[in-house]
Design a protein around this ligand. Structure first.
Ligand code: SF4
Length: 231
């Protein structure tokens, strides 16, 4: 299976690493605020980037790039993801995996095989509002819970992050999220930006003042909490 999008140079995706970011088409969720609607809703029409082209680029830029970020869609749905990550690893790159956490068994295998260096998992909302926030009628919350518990058990450096929406998130939700993710390494509260690429429209960002209130709630449970996109 091929990747469908490619941001060749990014300084924002993986801390201070100079990163190239690969996008996979297809996702098990339908988050209304998703910024990649075409990849999620129409994966069959998404571009297919030859793997040889990506590997050639990575081979030639080993002295310039530090890392590869693999994102989506939901990359753990990619049948040959482990093989592709192994190819990247053979060139010496660090790898960051973005995931919605719906396939804990895949993340466990990738970590055990040393194919990822950092996992960033979306937390869509408090458990009781999770399915609604993903745009799914039903959702296996056990899988989401399993992934979060695996990451919090410190098998690998990780972060959780939530794109906050005024219509979906309130203080009670972040209290519940804090209790759930007590002991996580890092948490980022991300600013929502409406765009033509979103699955749904008419949603609103959370103000910086409200985001700081959410941050204060999470800091009772998680040592490193920060805002992202509010500068
Ligand atoms: S935001 Fe992430 S999890 Fe949600 S639909 Fe988009 S790619 Fe899937």
């Amino acid at each position: 299976m091929d990747f469908s999008g490619w941001e060749k140079l990014s300084l924002l995706d993986f801390d201070d690493n100079i990163t190239t970011t690969l996008f996979m088409a297809g996702c098990s969720f339908r988050c209304p605020f998703c910024q990649n609607s075409s990849l999620v809703l129409h994966p069959e029409t998404a571009p297919k980037i030859p793997w040889s082209e990506i590997m050639d680029y990575l081979e030639k830029r080993k002295s310039v790039l530090d890392a590869v970020c693999v994102t989506g869609g939901e990359p753990t749905l990619m049948p040959d993801l482990a093989e592709k990550l192994a190819d990247i690893k053979s060139l010496g790159y660090k790898i960051k995996l973005d995931s919605n956490g719906s396939r804990p068994e895949i993340i466990r295998v990738l970590v055990n095989q040393g194919l990822v260096d950092y996992v960033a998992m979306d937390i869509k909302n408090s458990p009781e509002k999770y399915a609604m926030t993903t745009g799914c009628n039903s959702l296996n919350m056990d899988d989401i819970m399993e992934t979060t518990h695996y990451l919090i058990d410190n098998h690998i450096p990780h972060e959780f992050r939530t794109t906050t929406i005024a219509e979906y998130h309130n203080e009670h939700d972040f209290e519940e999220i804090g209790k759930w993710l007590n002991g996580a390494q890092r948490y980022f509260i991300q600013r929502y930006v409406d765009s033509e690429h979103c699955i749904a429209h008419g949603l609103h960002m959370v103000s910086k003042e409200k985001a700081l209130e959410f941050k204060a709630i999470l800091e009772k449970y998680i040592s490193h909490v920060d805002l992202r996109g509010y500068d």
